[in-house]
Design a protein around this ligand. Structure first.
Ligand SMILES: Cc1cc2nc3c(=O)[nH]c(=O)nc-3n(C[C@H](O)[C@H](O)[C@H](O)COP(=O)(O)OP(=O)(O)OC[C@H]3O[C@@H](n4cnc5c(N)ncnc54)[C@H](O)[C@@H]3O)c2cc1C
Length: 302
């Protein structure tokens, strides 16, 4: 692995932003994570192609992230290049019932554009932070709806630089999962298929969902949203609450007292604190409620 060679090549041939030994705590909603060897925000698709080519030539691993709102990054950081597709590739266009969004477009903005055009189907996305690509990769969901309900197709780059368009049925969507989580495909653009709706009804629903979120989520502390997937037949938060885990704490990581499926960073939590807390919650829930919880958040890094 020759990180220096990649750094030199990207500095001389791309227009993107390149940072060396960049603390990931500055780029995750948890405010946790050690340094990325190289952190690169491309300015366009060509920059991504150049970065992939260079990393492949020099044996440097690539990790793609969006807004960093569903990640727990190791305290030891991330080996190789972190490709951050946020604040770039963010164009959003509407044609009939279809919205085409660049990977880095904020999901909330895409949802607002849908509402402005009286398109229904994306109201559930109000208040979900992060990018549209991150939401597709996570198959993000709320209020009984998920991205898989609205994705029509996804244009991606493979790590070898070849481009391909995947139809929704090729994305392997499941509960908070998709083919993109294997880290072998980089989403460049997403096409969503929505339906014509009533603007007033869309506004009412969006307002209700936003209010709900403000009341039920601990938005005043850093977090990565819900930590565990909902097991079949029940909400993870309810089981965690039943097991008496609200307020459980390791270091500065605490199971939220407001929403049991959130772990919040009270100030100086580390990835190690959060991981230990996750293990404690899993053990208590299995011992007391008999349910095995699987994390939804993505663990990345060394
Ligand atoms: C306060 C709060 C509330 C939340 N509420 C919800 C909620 O209601 N519902 C919900 O589902 N989630 C929720 N989340 C979690 C998170 O916001 C979503 O999962 C979000 O869609 C992740 O997007 P992101 O851009 O931040 O992705 P990241 O966290 O950066 O990445 C997540 C995954 O997507 C992959 N990825 C990102 N970009 C690309 C790309 N261009 N190509 C390929 N793979 C990519 C990454 O490799 C990683 O595996 C919440 C989080 C917070 C902090």
């Amino acid at each position: 692995m020759n990180v220096d060679a990649v750094t030199r090549e990207l500095m001389s041939t791309t227009r993107g932003t390149l940072l060396v030994s960049e603390p990931m705590s500055s780029h995750t909603s948890f405010r946790i994570g050690g340094p990325a060897d190289v952190f690169f925000v491309p300015s366009d698709e060509e920059d991504i192609r150049v970065a992939l080519r260079s990393c492949s030539q020099h044996g440097v691993p690539v990790t793609v992230i969006g807004g960093g709102t569903n990640l727990l990054v190791s305290d030891l950081g991330i080996e190789g290049l972190v490709l951050r597709i946020e604040g770039c590739l963010a164009q959003v266009t509407v044609q009939g019932n279809y919205i085409t969004a660049g990977a880095g477009a904020p999901l909330c903005r895409v949802a607002s554009v849908a509402a402005e055009h009286s398109l229904t189907g994306l109201e559930f996305a109000v208040g979900i932070p992060g990018t549209v690509a991150g939401a597709v990769a996570m198959n993000s969901a709320a209020h009984g709806r998920s991205m898989s309900d609205v994705v029509s197709s996804v244009r991606v780059l493979r790590l070898d630089g070849t481009e391909v368009v995947l139809q929704a049925n090729e994305c392997e969507f499941g509960e908070k999962t998709s083919a993109f989580q294997r880290g072998e495909l980089i989403i460049l653009e997403v096409i969503l298929r929505l339906s014509a709706g009533d603007q007033e009804e869309i506004r009412r629903l969006r307002d209700r969902y936003a209010r709900d979120r403000r009341a039920k989520q601990p938005l005043n502390y850093p977090s990565a949203g819900c930590v565990f997937r909902n097991p079949a037949g029940g909400g993870a938060g309810r089981y965690i609450d039943q097991a008496g885990c609200k307020g459980l704490r390791v270091g500065d990581a605490e199971v939220s007292r407001l929403h049991a499926n959130f772990i919040v960073n009270l100030g100086c939590a580390t990835a190690s604190d959060v991981t230990q807390l996750i293990e404690q919650v899993q053990k208590l829930v299995i011992d007391k409620v008999g349910v095995r919880l699987e994390p939804e958040i993505r663990f990345i890094g060394r």
